[in-house]
Design a protein around this ligand. Structure first.
Ligand SMILES: Nc1ncnc2c1ncn2[C@@H]1O[C@H](COP(=O)(O)OP(=O)(O)O)[C@@H](O)[C@H]1O
Ligand SMILES: O=C(O)C1=C[C@@H](OP(=O)(O)O)[C@@H](O)[C@H](O)C1
Ligand SMILES: [Mg+2]
Length: 164
């Protein structure tokens, strides 16, 4: 399985879906799986707390089987998930604050970024997670100046060479 990791809005869900199509394999998104079973992420955070969401995320990643799996930005925090990720090929989508600024304008789907401190919070979370992303990554791609097609091609090429 190929897992996509990286900060919020780095393109894990978008690139993952496109990559699966290009590889002719199945795709799963842990957030989509959680939402289908438990309601919107905003609702889960409002009615419970982050720890509860992380538990759901651990259960989702332990269950999901697909050629390509997009994780949520904080999935790497839990040791159980790190073990799961190490069992597959991990692609880390790295991104600068400049690009986050463009992509997160008007975003309302990420409860951890709600409020007027969106970019400060995004940076703080990224800082605390960056080293974990780096340690788990089999391939790191800096997404800022790459199109969706270029990212898919780079991952495909890595996967083909890695398995030959
Ligand atoms: N390579 C790219 N170039 C431009 N925009 C992108 C690219 N990848 C993703 N996006 C856009 O960035 C936003 C966040 O993407 P998303 O896949 O939801 O990220 P994540 O799942 O990592 O949070 C979406 O609006 C998506 O269309
Ligand atoms: O970084 C995080 O802690 C989160 C990232 C989100 O996924 P994306 O990275 O796909 O936005 C989603 O799992 C939730 O809002 C929490
Ligand atoms: Mg996503």
């Amino acid at each position: 399985m190929i897992y996509l990791i990286g900060p919020m809005a780095s393109g894990k869900s978008t690139v993952g879906r496109s990559l699966a199509k290009a590889l002719g394999t199945s795709f799963a998104d842990s957030d989509v799986h959680i939402v289908a079973q438990h309601g919107s992420i905003a609702q889960i955070f409002a009615e419970h707390d982050e720890a509860y969401f992380r538990d759901l995320e651990v259960a989702a990643l332990a269950q999901l089987r697909a050629g390509v799996i997009a994780t949520g930005g904080g999935a790497v925090l839990r040791e159980e998930n790190q073990q799961v990720l190490r069992g597959g090929t991990v692609i880390y989508l790295a991104m600068t604050l400049e690009t986050a600024k463009r992509r997160l304008a008007g975003d309302t789907h990420r409860p951890l970024l709600a409020g007027d401190q969106t970019l400060t919070t995004w940076s703080r979370l990224y800082e605390t997670r960056q080293e974990i992303y780096e340690n788990l990554a089999d391939l790191t791609l800096q997404v800022d100046n790459l199109s969706l097609a270029q990212l898919v091609e780079a991952i495909e090429s890595h996967v083909i060479h890695a398995t030959r």
